[in-house]
Every structure is written in C-alpha cells, then in structure tokens.
Design a protein around this ligand. Structure first.
Ligand code: PGA
Length: 256
C-alpha cells in the first residue's frame, strides 16, 4: 500500500498564494511512486490548481462538498462539480462535525456521493477529549466508522480512506495534546477490526488508515511507524512549505 501524505490547508491562502505554494512544492518534491502526496486547498483554488498540478507528482483534494449533485442548495459545491478537479475529498472533518454541525447521517450521504462521483472520500473519525475521558472512545469510533460507511458496499470499500483524528490532538483545539503512538495504534487497530467485522478481511485490510493531529516534521517519523498507520493528514504544518516537504521526505524514508 502507498503512504498517503495529505495537507489540509483549511481556510488559509488566497487563490494566488495557493498557486505560488503549489508551484514551489512541485519544484521541491520529487516524484515518489510509493508516496501519494495530496493537498486540499480551499474550494475556490481547485479550478486553477487543477490546471497547474502535475498529477504524476501529487493530487488535489477538496475539503468538503455537498451530497446532492445539483438543485436548489444555495452556497453549496457538489461532488459532481468536483469531478475532474479533485481526486479526493475530506469528509466529516471534526471542524465540519462540531462547527458546522454535520452528523453521521449527513457524513454518510457525503461518503456515498463522493464514491458515486468517483472522488475518494477521506472519512475523518475521532473522539473528543471528554469522550476519551469518559471511556467512550471505542463507541464513538464505531458509530462514526459504521455510520459513515453504511452506504458503502464491499466492492466500493477500496475507494475509501479513513483518517483517525482525535479531536483533542488537532492543533487548533484549545488544549491540544500530542497523541502517543500507543494511543493511535489502539484506535487504528479498532478501526481495522470494525472494517473486518463489517466487510471481508481482504477488503478491510486494503483500506488506508491515516493519522492526523498536530503532525509536524519532528513527530511524523514516529507516527508513520505506528502499526497500521498508512499515512498522515496534516493541518498547520502543511501550510509551511519546508515542513510539509520534510514530512513527505520522511514518508519516503520510512517507506524504504
Ligand atoms: P493539525 O490539523 O495538523 O493542525 O492538527 C489536522 C487536521 O485538522 O486535519
């Protein structure tokens, strides 16, 4: 399986800044066949970056999209409209769940719409600090994984990526802490078990599981060697070119 390094730019960079950043990143990063580099700019930049990007080197992700293909949904962008622009789309990020109140039902429809439109959803799951403190982590993860994938058939499971992002470890969270490799390994193992219980072991084993939450160049190597982790979803550190490039190089090193 490839290693996935996904940069989530969130609500940062103008269209021009995004283009300059991508230009520099393309110059800096060689073509690593076994590392899939993905950047997720804001929706407005997707059109121009899709013309600029070298798809042999890296891919584009959207940060969000709506599950209806078209219609009276003022302000939304559909997965259908993303066709040809983005290869991936982040779905169910904790900022979507908690700031924009997306529930598992909405997220499940988005995962289904992404797959239907041939865009790979990166389904984010993760417990909050209080859910962890109350011992609810396993239940929350199970609900989010099973709920998010409930419209995905056995044969479509290979079109899905899962990202474990404990909400308390995300850098924008007030009291963000670093997740330990053991904490990550335990949840990643649980996610794999949920997939194996729901689908056949063969397809479940092939689903990439990423980790995200305050990843930076100094911890990326440790996180990439956590058993069961197939890549990283990076917020803050992906905005700094030298750091993101460093993480990509680390992924290459760990892989070989
Ligand atoms: P962070 O964000 O790397 O800044 O913690 C990760 C994310 O929210 O996807």
């Amino acid at each position: 399986m490839k290693t996935y390094i996904v940069g989530n730019w969130k609500l940062n960079f103008s269209v021009g800044e995004a283009s300059i950043y991508l230009h520099k990143l393309l110059k800096r990063v060689p073509n690593y066949r076994d590392v899939e580099v993905v950047v997720a700019p804001g929706a407005l930049a997707l059109q121009s970056l899709s013309l600029q990007i070298d798809r042999h080197k890296m891919k584009l992700a959207a940060q969000n999209a709506y599950y209806r293909d078209y219609g009276a949904y003022t302000g939304e962008v559909s997965f259908n409209q993303l066709r040809g622009l983005a290869d991936y789309c982040i779905v169910g990020h904790s900022e979507r769940r908690y700031i924009f109140r997306e529930d598992d039902k909405m997220i499940q429809k988005k995962v289904e719409a992404a797959v239907r439109n041939k865009i790979t959803p990166i389904l984010c799951v993760g417990e909050t600090e209080s859910e962890r403190a109350f011992g609810e982590t396993a239940d929350v993860i199970r609900d989010q994984v099973v709920g998010g994938l409930s419209e995905i058939s056995e044969e479509d499971l290979d079109k899905v990526i899962i990202a474990y992002e404990p909400v308390w470890a995300i850098s924008s969270t007030k009291s963000a802490k670093l997740a330990s490799p053991d904490e990550i390994a335990e949840v990643v193992k649980l996610i794999r078990k949920i997939l194996t219980d729901t689908y056949s072991a063969k397809v479940a084993e092939a689903v990439p599981i990423l980790f995200g939450g305050s990843v930076n160049p100094s911890n990326a190597g440790a996180y990439l060697t956590v058993p069961g982790v197939n890549g990283l979803l990076i917020g803050g550190s992906s905005l700094i070119l030298s750091e993101f490039a460093d993480i990509i190089e680390t992924a290459k090193r760990v892989k070989s």
